[in-house]
Design a protein around this ligand. Sequence first.
Ligand SMILES: CC(C)(COP(=O)(O)OP(=O)(O)OC[C@H]1O[C@@H](n2cnc3c(N)ncnc32)[C@H](O)[C@@H]1OP(=O)(O)O)[C@@H](O)C(=O)NCCC(=O)NCCS
Length: 156
Amino acid sequence: MKEVSCLNFREMVPEDADGVEQVEKACFSIPWSRQSFWEEASNENTLYLLALDGENIIGYAGTWLVAGEAQITNVAISPEYRGQGVATSLMTELVRRVRERGITAMTLEVRPSNAPALALYAKFGMKEVGRRKGYYADNGEDAIIMWNTKLHTDEQ
Ligand SMILES: CC(C)(COP(=O)(O)OP(=O)(O)OC[C@H]1O[C@@H](n2cnc3c(N)ncnc32)[C@H](O)[C@@H]1OP(=O)(O)O)[C@@H](O)C(=O)NCCC(=O)NCCS
């Protein structure tokens, strides 16, 4: 494990696509490509926030901002930086920026087997509202659909 010494956040720009792809490859069995991140960073309806240790990209959280709702696409922290609150700090900053844009609802999908992610999302008032059966193509796992529709209140 590497201890974070200088945690900071900023919005992803297309030139970050290579660095984000490295994090992505270390985190997911079916990673998004750098081309996808380049496109997401160029899209004005998205908000991708990077977590950096100094200038080194160690994680990211992405959202699509559609019809007044924030759809979280992914949250990932490099394996060696996990378990020290980086994702919690990143999500706190993401929620702050989403709320600043007047958005009141946030949704995402997550695997039932992903205990760390479920624990993280629970801390942000995300609640299970349903499941998509056999959603994940690699192992046929369901997707849990989560919502927080009270982002504008402190009642989470
Ligand atoms: C999920 C993930 C982003 C969490 O990142 P992190 O920086 O380690 O998270 P934090 O240290 O902020 O911990 C957040 C909460 O997760 C829980 N948690 C962390 N590691 C855990 C583990 N190994 N097992 C169970 N719960 C865990 C804890 O409840 C923790 O909150 P607490 O410390 O206040 O109790 C990280 O594990 C990751 O990148 N996983 C792979 C990618 C992924 O699955 N992303 C989600 C896809 S939907």
